[in-house]
Design a protein around this ligand. Structure first.
Ligand code: 13P
Length: 301
């Protein structure tokens, strides 16, 4: 593995590339990355970086978001087949149809959507700022919120706003069941429970905190607590351990493994740098519209 790491480091310099990895990536991929973070943190880091090439270790919509924000850079994905089933649960056509049924509604969409869907939105949001974005829409008569029904439910409860939601969900987060949390609390009674807002409503209801992966990292660092039950994709636990060696982390369910996030490995990173493949680029017309929805979010959050 060391040889592979050295080859990647050498080629990365030659290509003037930066490697970014989502918090759910394999440990060795997180270790080789220049930046780790949640979906939006990574795109922002990529945009700020002076590198010409961004090697995006995550899923497709995240690489697209990086390309939307950094059209002058070359965004490559080591495995472009790493998709997001939640993002694939709504198409631009579906959203247009939903909007036509609610012509007065303001449309808000989770960052886990395709660029074509973002281009149809008034506001984008992430799991860390969904509540803030919805709260800001005081004058909106109706609000459409797509595609995650559990994030919609959580944001609706927090803001007291009724949301017109979509029947989308993350197939990995729904594997975490309320009984997993109850059992984990029984085994670790002193631990704080942190759930991702993509978890089912009954799971989120059992948590002390409902946070995005990036906010979970911040919270754990600051917390006085020494033990944490983590209800999200298991990859986050590796990062939490590494950043907080004096604290203990228990995944709520070992079944919460995202197969798409695990598609990227060191070999594929090396090949992607060798061949400069596979580039992810968003058509300019779509990009401009999608960027507006992202900027509208940034202005609020
Ligand atoms: P975060 O933005 O919290 O990292 O979530 C990303 C994601 O896709 C969760 O499934």
């Amino acid at each position: 593995m060391q040889k592979l790491v050295e080859e990647i480091q050498k080629l990365k310099k030659e290509r003037n590339a930066v490697i970014v990895a989502h918090n759910y990536q394999l440990p060795e991929v997180q270790d080789i990355a220049d930046f780790r973070g949640d979906s939006l943190e990574l795109s922002r880091m990529a945009a700020k970086s002076h590198a010409r090439v961004i090697v995006f270790c995550g899923v497709y919509f995240m690489a697209e978001t990086a390309s939307i924000l950094s059209p002058d850079k070359t965004v490559i994905m080591p495995d472009p087949a790493a998709g997001c089933p939640l993002a694939n649960m709504i198409s631009a056509e579906d959203l247009r149809e939903l909007k036509s049924r609610h012509p007065k509604a303001v449309s808000v969409g989770y960052v886990n959507t395709s660029a074509e869907v973002k281009a149809e939105l008034d506001y984008c949001c992430t799991s860390s700022n969904a509540v803030k974005v919805i709260s800001s829409l005081k004058d909106a008569e109706e609000i459409i919120f797509i595609p995650d029904k559990y994030l919609a439910d959580y944001a609706s409860k927090k803001t007291g706003r009724r949301l017109i939601s979509w029947d989308g969900y993350c197939p990995t987060h729904v594997k975490i069941l309320p009984e997993d949390i109850i059992r984990s609390i029984r085994l670790h009674p002193k631990a704080k429970v942190i759930a991702h807002p993509e978890c089912a409503t009954e799971v989120a209801a059992l948590a002390d905190e409902v946070l995005s992966t990036g906010k979970t990292c911040e919270y754990v660092k600051k917390s006085e607590a020494k033990e944490f039950i983590i209800a999200t994709e298991v990859g986050l636990v590796y990062r939490l351990h590494k950043d907080n060696p004096d604290k203990k982390f228990y995944p709520a369910s070992e079944l919460a493994v995202c197969p798409n996030m695990k598609r990227t490995n060191l070999e594929k990173i090396l090949w992607s740098l060798e061949e400069m493949k596979t580039e992810v680029r968003v058509a300019e017309e779509i990009r401009k519209k999608a960027k507006k929805a992202i900027e509208a979010m940034v202005a609020i959050a």
